[in-house]
Design a protein around this ligand. Structure first.
Ligand SMILES: Nc1ncnc2c1ncn2[C@@H]1O[C@H](COP(=O)(O)OP(=O)(O)OP(=O)(O)O)[C@@H](O)[C@H]1O
Ligand SMILES: [Mg+2]
Length: 280
């Protein structure tokens, strides 16, 4: 696979969108890519208050591949939604490349989502009566590209996930693994800095799961895309360079992946950069 040729990866200057938009989400040099400090999230109020996050500290460096694990209800998706600017913390701070996300306007957050973040949701989230190609094109609608370029990039992203020839199929005509590939192509088509994946293999058998993880790891290693993924499966977490364990709305501990069969399958190398400083 040639990611450069397939998803249009390249210098930031080549990215879709206007220069002004890029400046709006430009980096503060030397800052970690992602930094959560004391992040809490409370749903509801009074006696019905649900403390989904109780004070998360997490630093993720550019180029890392991080797995988030933990029991159901421990706050993993809540934290992911905050990282993805789909939700805001009740307290604490979120910095992206040193920029204070909480201080951004809605529009600035939208720009950050549009230019820097890609999402793979559990359950794929594809539009049903829409072809694979159109599903992948969707995030580019906001990038003000000519239609032909949009289409070309969407085709290339589908090729990158091994779906050449399937462009005109709707999700119902695709297997679960193929649908998840479409979802990954959609996450990659904008050439994001970070892909956030919430249980990307949750609905797949183990062979399809390994294919998806191989794909995410290739994007991480070959494109330098930072990957943060939630998983319940140790075999899938073993693909990451670092595992963050959530418990009761807190980061309980961090660990390097266990060198089991999946890690061996992964080449068992420690190619990820040094972990961030999420530990206290
Ligand atoms: N929109 C919401 N309103 C109220 N409570 C919520 C909301 N979203 C999440 N919660 C609660 O916050 C807690 C954390 O939820 P979250 O979805 O982050 O868990 P999770 O770790 O992703 O679990 P799972 O592994 O089951 O996906 C849960 O108790 C959940 O019920
Ligand atoms: Mg969840």
């Amino acid at each position: 696979m040639h990611p450069e040729a397939t998803t249009g990866a390249g210098p930031a200057a080549q990215r879709a969108g206007t220069d002004a938009e890029h400046r709006a989400v430009a980096a503060a040099p030397g800052s970690p890519l992602i930094e959560l400090r004391g992040v809490t999230k409370v749903y509801g109020s009074g006696s019905a208050a649900m403390h989904a996050l109780r004070g998360i500290d997490l630093t993720i460096g550019a180029g890392e591949m991080v797995a988030v694990m933990g029991p159901s209800g421990s706050g993993k998706s809540t934290a992911m939604n905050i990282l993805g600017c789909l939700d805001t913390p009740s307290a604490g701070s979120y910095r992206f490349r040193g920029l204070d996300v909480d201080a951004m306007s809605r529009d600035q957050r939208a720009l950050l989502r549009r230019h820097a973040l890609g999402f793979v949701f559990q359950g794929f989230n594809l539009l049903a009566r829409t072809t694979a190609l159109e599903n992948v094109e969707l995030p580019l609608i906001y990038h003000r590209l000519p239609a032909a370029e949009r289409r070309g990039r969407a085709r290339a992203a589908l090729a990158a996930v091994g779906l050449t020839g399937w462009e005109q199929h709707t999700p119902a005509e695709l297997s679960g693994g193929q649908q998840q590939r479409v979802a990954i192509a959609r996450a990659l088509v904008t050439d994001p800095d970070v892909v956030l994946a919430d249980e990307p293999t949750g609905n797949l058998d183990s062979a399809r799961s390994r294919e998806i993880m191989d794909l995410l790891r290739a994007m991480n290693r070959e494109h330098g895309i930072t990957v943060v993924m939630i998983t319940h499966e140790p075999d899938m977490a073993a693909y990451a360079g670092r595992i963050v364990h959530f418990l009761d709305g807190l980061v309980a501990c961090e660990a390097a992946p266990v060198a089991d069969s999946a890690a061996a399958h992964a080449g068992a190398d420690t190619g990820a950069p040094a972990p961030g400083t999420g530990r206290r």
